[in-house]
Design a protein around this ligand. Structure first.
Ligand code: ZN
Length: 163
């Protein structure tokens, strides 16, 4: 399990043990649940958007493996203060980080702060473990479902039918 130990780097462990924004806000404007039955991860994401589409607050509750909870924690920190469009662009970049299979580093999508991509880099080890990609992207899928007005996110599409 040495490979997995590498995956659980210190940053991930820290977010997993001390998740940021792990709370249920009183009156979020958007929310969605995410389930990853393959691993038993669950998250519920709460967002508070203003009229201009700026994410004023992001929080989550849930339980599951360290990667799913750490990723949710990082997601809430990174999307707060961004517009929905900026946050979605960052999700796109993160998804690419988690799934690309070349040696070339994936490009930072337009509109994304390279510093944000650098922070998410610690999660990129999951691309060696297709099962773990679902753990890492679960909260982001729930985020996308929340802003798109869907109550539930599924990470099933991540498997690509090759589990
Ligand atoms: Zn998991």
């Amino acid at each position: 399990m040495d490979d997995l130990r590498d995956l659980y780097q210190e940053v991930i462990l820290d977010h997993g043990k001390n998740p940021r924004n792990h709370r249920r806000p009183e009156a979020p404007s958007h929310r969605a649940r995410g389930d990853n039955p393959m691993c038993g991860d669950r998250v519920e994401v709460f967002l508070t958007l203003d009229e201009a589409g700026l994410i004023r607050d992001a929080a989550f509750q849930g339980r599951g493996c360290a990667i799913s909870q750490a990723s949710a924690s990082m997601m809430t920190e990174l999307v707060t203060g961004k517009t929905v469009e900026q946050a979605k662009a960052l999700f796109k970049g993160f998804h690419e980080l988690c799934t690309h299979d070349g040696h070339d580093h994936p490009a930072t999508p337009p509109g994304v702060d390279p510093a944000d991509m650098e922070r998410l880099e610690v999660m990129s080890g999951v691309r060696q473990f297709p099962m773990r990609v679902k753990c890492a992207t679960l909260a982001w899928h729930a985020f996308a479902a929340a802003v798109d007005g869907e109550a539930r996110a599924s990470s099933e599409e991540e498997t690509g039918g090759s589990v």
